[in-house]
Design a protein around this ligand. Structure first.
Ligand code: UDP
Length: 504
């Protein structure tokens, strides 16, 4: 009798919580389906994910009889290129770090190839799941004869948009944008997609303004196309036209395995920095317990977005004006000194305790989204957040800032129709400034989403429908469950004879 050796998957996640969190969730799912997983990362990131990895190994669901842990972390030192301390996990990137930081970071990431090669030579896993940002891993994996699967943590819709953008560059014109004051307001179409997708020029990454970033994405895209395929944190029923477009028109091999967050038993602490203090979680949920169903708006912009004092002031005004109760996450580092931004009367409003609950630092997001009192989510449209909202059946006020967020907003508002746009116009990184959106506009958007009008009713119903579909996709017999199985079968079938079994 022969016993099949479990598949061994090496994960190479990018060092930012929005990239790490779904990878740890995904590793937990792979191991639950019988694979052995190793996550290659640096010491700071290893510390961040270790509690979640321990939980994945503790659960009795990994289904192998191997005595070794089902998910393992391979810790490598972060290359020294003169980054400020703490930069190893990009969580603390602020304007104070200076504009050269991201470039140094990218440079440092190239140097991870050496420990990667060492691991590959000693272990030869069955596949590498690499973040798209590590383009070097395409050739490195190929040299070891191991298939590379791309993971970026984007929607399929955003992948289709950015691919179209890179291939056709619809922003290319003969005029210099700096000479044309109306240029930023011009609508640009992304050709050939299943729906008419139009964005303002100012909402797109303009290669003429950002040549280094454009080159970075071009390089990643070329590496992705040389890879075995792509795993995506989405599900077929959410964006079927774009799955078809991605696979057939763009010719990409893709497996949709999400929403990966739904596979986790411990929603408060899945794959993430384990620093939601117990009293914050308890305090927040107890506060929400006293509120009527669907009455609270949750305001959070992910792990990377920072707001200027002027923006915070308007946001506080908007929340006050909306008349809705709110849970507001103010990420540590921004706006900690309230005197800089709090509008008049806001401190008193907060002191009353019944209108708002502010969390400074890390919030138990998935628990908040799944609380019955929640009625809406004001989000920057990071894909993890958006998909967590879809999974929980919560409609969104969309406030994109940069990266793939403007594409995700189009998907949420115009294709899925589970959100209301706040009308953000400028694509800008956390190191740059944003246009200040007024409190009245903010309050108006919350009112449209959570009020009793037709628009609110329609988005709420649509959001509930999608959450049912999200859950079934992950269950046995569901579309994501099936894609996962097909991916594992393909990887197993690629093994050469003799490699795949060991005598019992
Ligand atoms: N998150 C959280 N608590 C916080 C902030 C973020 O749990 O206080 C989680 C959130 O649930 C999501 C991830 O961090 O899983 C953020 O990823 P997303 O793609 O939404 O945004 P990014 O931070 O990458 O911009």
């Amino acid at each position: 009798r022969q016993h099949p050796l479990p598949l061994h998957i090496l994960f190479l996640p990018f060092f930012a919580p929005g990239h790490l969190i779904p990878v740890v969730d995904m590793a937990a799912i792979f191991s639950a389906r019988g694979a052995r997983c190793t996550i290659l990362t640096t010491p700071v990131n290893a510390d961040i994910i270790r509690p979640a990895v321990d939980r994945a190994n503790d659960s009795d669901c990994h289904g192998t009889d191997s005595p070794s842990p089902a998910v393992d972390i391979f810790v490598v030192p972060f290359p020294d290129v003169g980054l400020p301390p703490g930069m190893e996990n990009l969580m603390f990137l602020t304007p104070a770090h200076g504009a050269e930081c991201p470039l140094k970071f990218i440079q440092a990431v190239q140097l991870l190839r050496e420990p990667f090669d060492r691991f590959m030579a000693a272990n030869r896993p069955d596949a590498v799941v690499s973040d798209s940002f590590f383009s070097w891993s395409a050739d490195a994996a190929a040299e070891h004869g191991v298939p590379r699967l791309v993971f970026l943590g984007s929607s399929v819709f955003a992948r289709c948009c950015s691919e179209t953008m890179l291939r056709t560059n619809p922003l290319e014109t003969t005029t210099n944008p700096d000479d044309d004051p109306d240029d930023d307001a011009r609508l640009v179409s992304l050709p050939g997609l299943p729906h008419r997708v139009q964005l303002r020029r100012s909402q797109m990454m303009d290669p003429r303004k950002r040549p280094a970033m454009w080159a970075f994405h071009k390089d990643n895209d070329a590496a992705d196309q040389r890879s075995f395929g792509e795993v995506l944190n989405s599900f077929h029923e959410l964006e079927p036209d774009y799955v078809e477009h991605f696979r057939t028109t763009l010719g990409r091999r893709a497996w949709l395995v999400g929403p990966v967050a739904l596979a986790s038993k411990d929603m408060a602490k899945r794959g993430r920095p384990d620093n939601t203090e117990a009293h914050v979680t308890e305090g927040c949920l107890r506060w929400m317990d006293r509120k009527p169903a669907g009455s609270v708006v949750y305001v959070s912009f992910g792990t990377f977005t920072s707001f200027s004092p002027a923006e915070l002031r308007e946001l506080a005004r908007g929340l006050d004006l909306s008349g809705k109760d709110f849970v507001w996450v103010i990420s540590s580092g921004t706006g900690t000194d309230g005197s800089e931004w709090m509008p008049e009367g806001f401190a008193e409003l907060m002191a009353r305790g019944d209108r708002g609950f502010i969390i400074r630092g890390w919030a138990p997001q998935t628990l908040i989204l799944n609380h019955h009192a929640l009625g809406g989510f004001m989000t920057h449209c990071g894909w993890n957040s958006a998909l967590e909202a879809v999974s929980a059946g919560v409609p969104m006020v969309t406030w994109p800032r940069y990266a793939d967020q403007f594409y995700n907003e189009k998907l949420i508002v115009e294709v899925l129709k589970v959100g209301v746009s706040i009308g953000a116009k400028d694509f800008a990184s956390p190191l740059e400034g944003h246009e200040v959106i007024g409190g009245e506009v903010i309050a108006g958007s919350i009112g449209r989403l959570m009020g009793s009008g037709e628009e609110g009713d329609a988005v709420r119903k649509k959001a509930k429908d999608l959450s049912v579909k999200a859950r079934s996709a992950m269950e046995k017999g569901g579309s994501s469950y099936g894609d996962f199985g097909r991916l594992m079968d393909e990887l197993m079938a690629r093994r050469s004879p003799g490699e795949d079994t060991t005598p019992l």
